[in-house]
Unconditional design. Structure first.
Length: 95
């Protein structure tokens, strides 16, 4: 099923500080993977999408940093799927 979806989406990004997680993302169809500690993810995604952003962001962490980055990465009218459960003290900065 993932392969059928992957064929229809030209670029898929995986972002994780753990190398094994990035490798899994690549095996599942990510065309680009990034370690957020070593890369300007927003800058790279901006460059790779021609400044448009991505259609869908899936955040599996739920921290204030990943929530904020989700808004930066998604295109206008895009979708953000929040799987991670933010704690009660996590603030979301919606632009």
């Amino acid at each position: 099923m993932l392969e059928l979806v992957a064929e229809r989406i030209p670029a898929r990004f995986g972002v994780d500080p753990v190398a094994a997680s990035r490798e899994l993302a690549a095996r599942c169809g990510a065309t680009h993977t990034f370690d957020p500690r070593e890369h300007d993810v927003a800058g790279a995604v901006n460059e790779l999408t021609g400044g448009i952003g991505v259609d869908t962001v899936i955040d599996c962490v739920g921290s204030s940093g990943t929530l904020d980055q989700s808004w930066v990465l998604s295109r206008r009218g895009g979708t953000i799927v929040e799987i991670g459960v933010p704690g009660p003290d996590v603030a979301v900065n919606v632009p």
